[in-house]
Design a protein around this ligand. Structure first.
Ligand SMILES: C[S@@+](CC[C@H](N)C(=O)[O-])C[C@H]1O[C@@H](n2cnc3c(N)ncnc32)[C@H](O)[C@@H]1O
Length: 241
């Protein structure tokens, strides 16, 4: 049975991982290298990847020598990440709408893992938990889509064949949300899922971060850490303290 929160169902399915299987892991690794160098993190530092999915950033960060915790709502993703655990890498199921129990040197929210919730107060609550989960002088790295570029390049209809499944995808922007409907036939039945991400531009993100007491210290537009250009950048990457 589907729950009312789309993100609880969709991200926990194997179909989500099939649809996005081509996501660029080498780009993610370049990003992690660039960010850890920028922040001058020491190997003793503890980084939280929230939410971590199956741990692609967390496992790589740990291979660079950092102590890393990955947390995600999806039980199946955490189950897939668990075999990679070691003395300095651990994974836990956690809902980011709940407070964190300890403090970290850096918290990373990567690859558009925000803006899923209806009310602004829910977004702010997550950022408050992140702020409280940081040690003094800890860093928050926030990697979100660039809403302006997404809007300008929105492909309203698309068909993707991945691993024998034909995904029919439609996209639209309604009432401040970027909505992606995904339907397909698999394992003998029709499936329909919706991804809903709030249209958050740099002004709104800045407002959110300042409201919970963060100061933005860097703004980048891609994983190579080039500067942010509202009309052209693929990503909106904010580093805050
Ligand atoms: C777009 S994926 C990105 C995952 C990971 N950062 C990556 O780059 O692979 C978004 C993730 O957010 C997780 N998620 C959604 N809502 C959540 C919540 N309330 N608390 C914790 N994780 C959540 C999903 O399970 C999913 O793994």
């Amino acid at each position: 049975m589907k729950t009312k929160d789309w993100f609880t169902d969709w991200f926990d399915t194997s179909y989500y991982h099939i649809l996005y299987k081509e996501r660029n892991d080498s780009e993610a690794q370049v990003f992690m290298k660039n960010v850890t160098e920028l922040l001058c993190l020491s190997k003793a530092n503890h980084v939280l990847d929230l939410p971590c999915g199956k741990g692609r950033h967390a496992v790589f960060l740990n291979s660079l020598g950092y102590r890393v915790t990955g947390k995600d709502l999806s039980k199946n993703s955490i189950k897939a990440a668990k075999p990679f655990e070691n003395d300095t890498l651990n994974f836990e199921v956690h809902d980011m709408r709940k407070p964190l129990k300890r403090k970290y040197d850096a918290i990373f929210n990567l690859f558009t893992s925000f803006g899923y919730f209806e009310e602004d107060r829910e977004d702010l609550l997550i950022l408050e938990h992140i702020k409280k989960g940081l040690k003094p002088n800890g860093f928050f790295v926030f990697d979100f889509l660039n809403a302006i570029v997404v809007k300008a390049n929105l492909v309203s209809k698309e068909i993707k064949n991945v691993e024998g499944i034909t995904f029919h995808i439609t996209r639209e922007i309604i009432n401040g949300f970027i909505i992606k409907n995904i339907s397909f036939f698999a394992e003998g039945k029709e499936h329909t899922y919706t991804e809903r991400v709030k249209y958050l531009d740099i002004e709104k993100m800045t407002y959110y971060l300042n409201k919970v007491g963060f100061t933005i210290i860097h703004t980048f537009g891609d994983y190579q850490l080039n500067s942010f250009n509202p009309e052209h950048s693929n990503r909106l990457i904010l580093v805050a303290k």
